[in-house]
Write a protein that binds this ligand. Structure first.
Ligand code: XMP
Length: 513
């Protein structure tokens, strides 16, 4: 267990981003609920603490607090936004409610050039603010380190106690020197070096898996996605042919994907792979089904049934490998959390049934997606698998609005391949997070050559995002859109019109279904 920076989660939108940034700086970091007790934390090699932002006002009645012993622990602490206000309140500072909350960019002016927190940060720089309260008077031992035009104390610190706070968000890219500030906190205040390395994680995991599995057998469902691919490869590194991978081809993957997975796993990595061609079976089950939620449920059930049937053919299996990632296991107990409304029932090969009586091996449980990709590269997985875009478990079925047929699958698959090929070739900076085609149920009139057509409308979706939770539509160059449009109507039969989706998430979602 490496020394760990714990982020106390007060319900910040950016909490995962804070943890990712810290790991990018080579320090292991985990997110814990805001009210985790010092007793619990102290057992887990804490090296420093970060208090996240949150939607509440520190001045509000019943504003979420934390175990006092955490503040008294003597560990270096960095409070961000709400986290800073909370620290300020705990140590007896005076806070006021602003008449107008401050959101967005501001110029940070440094007032204390000596503080290690701002080493390498110019006198003035751009930061990203989002707050409704402001610290006005600091108690003994605390200094105001920086200000903005509207915020007198935009950063504060007590060098003796190693307690610091910033009113802005150092974790977002809009804060010009955010990375420097976080790095200063880790290296110069908390004295942490580059202690978190994927190579050592890899070695440790391989040893642990080997010791745990012994001479028993394990199985893993390959979905075609990055997570299950990396999990399987890692486990195979540890136990070789004692692992059998089961790849259910539901026929809803993108062009060439099923072949790429099989080639990589069988020929390149020499893994044990059982491939099940279930394309017909899935089409039959989906026949006439237009409702998105029903499609998702049917695909999920069918997948599990086929997987179980194959698994039953392998005698003496004790373990099930799953590609669960850290964002799926973060215990979210934020102050405002309530039972989340179900928007879509996400189907992943993750949710395999408990009644199979297998013990779980989840080697990626502590990793973020970018780390999983990096690990995949270290394990020798080819780029066409490692760099794969996020793709829904129910695959192209949720990119065909209305019932799924072989013909409509061919249309959406062909259009999707062109969208990906053209956007990849354009080498955009920033590269969109996800881009694909959606086959709508709309038909419209067109003209091709001398003839009238009445054919399908394909929508293109390309988004920028940090994590898929929120998204903006990508401002693709017009020439690129033009090329994509021309190629789809010329090369994909049954399409005579293209639209570009210009909605953000929220209010829309990334996928249409
Ligand atoms: P939405 O459409 O909910 O998508 O805005 C957010 C992100 O999740 C992906 N997605 C899925 N991923 N299983 C998955 O593993 C699913 O069933 C699923 N549905 C959507 C989507 O592609 C986007 O990246």
């Amino acid at each position: 267990m490496p020394r760990t920076v714990f982020v106390l989660d007060f319900g910040a939108q950016y909490v995962q981003l804070i943890a990712r940034r810290i790991r990018e700086l080579g320090v292991y970091c985990e997110i814990v609920p805001y009210d985790t007790s010092w007793n619990t934390l102290s057992l887990r090699r804490p090296a420093a603490l970060v208090l996240s932002g949150g939607p509440e006002s520190a001045l509000a009645e019943g504003a979420p607090g934390m175990d006092e012993a955490v503040v008294e622990s003597g560990l270096p602490i960095l409070g961000i936004c709400y986290g800073m206000q909370l620290l300020a309140r705990e140590v007896g500072a005076e806070l006021v409610r602003l008449d107008h909350a401050e959101y967005g960019p501001a110029t940070l002016a440094i007032r204390d050039r000596e503080t290690p927190l701002f080493d390498g940060v110019p006198e003035e720089s751009r930061v990203w603010m989002s707050h409704g309260d402001s610290v006005v008077v600091l108690p003994h031992g605390y200094h105001a380190l920086a200000s903005t035009a509207r915020c007198h104390v935009a950063a504060m610190g007590n060098p003796e106690k190693k307690i610091y706070g910033v009113q802005f968000h150092p974790e977002v890219v809009h804060t010009e020197y955010g990375r420097t500030i976080l790095e200063n906190f880790l290296r110069k205040i908390a004295a942490l070096g580059h202690e978190w390395k994927l190579e050592s994680f890899l070695e440790r995991s391989i040893e642990e898996i080997r010791a745990r599995v012994g001479s028993d057998k394990a199985i893993c469902a390959l979905s075609g996605g990055v997570d299950s691919a990396v999990a399987a490869t890692l486990v195979a590194r540890a136990i070789g042919k004692q692992l059998t991978c089961i790849f259910v081809d539901h026929g809803l993957l993108r062009q060439g994907e099923a072949e790429q997975v099989l080639t990589a796993f069988r020929e390149l990595l020499h893994l044990n792979v059982v491939a099940v061609d279930a394309r017909e079976a899935f089409l039959r089950k989906l026949h006439g089904v237009a409702d998105p939620e029903r499609k998702r449920v049917i695909i999920g059930h069918e997948f599990i049934e086929l997987f179980e049937r194959e698994a039953a053919k392998i005698p003496g299996v004790k373990y099930l490998v799953q590609g669960t990632l850290y964002p799926d296991v973060i215990e979210s107990k934020t102050p405002q959390s309530k039972a989340g409304e179900k928007i879509k029932s996400h189907h992943n090969v993750g949710g395999l049934p408990e009644h199979m009586g297998l013990s779980l091996i989840e080697p990626l449980r502590s990793l973020f997606k970018d780390e999983v990709r990096e690990l995949g590269r270290a394990l020798g997985l080819p780029e066409n698998i490692v760099a794969r875009q996020p793709f829904p478990g129910p695959g192209l079925a949720v990119r065909i609005i209305g019932a799924v047929t072989a013909e409509r699958l061919a249309i959406v698959r062909g259009a999707d391949a062109i969208v990906r090929e053209e956007i990849d070739a354009a080498r955009l900076d920033p590269h969109p997070w996800q881009y694909f085609a959606v086959l709508t149920p709309v038909k419209s009139v067109g003209v091709m050559g001398d003839g009238r057509t009445y054919a399908n409308l394909v929508a293109i979706r390309a988004i920028t995002s940090e994590d898929g939770m929120t998204a903006d539509w990508a401002r693709l160059p017009h020439q690129l859109l033009e090329r994509i449009s021309a190629r789809i109507v010329n090369e994909v039969r049954g399409v005579n019109r293209i639209a570009y989706d210009i909605t953000t998430k929220p209010p829309a979602t990334v996928e249409w279904e």
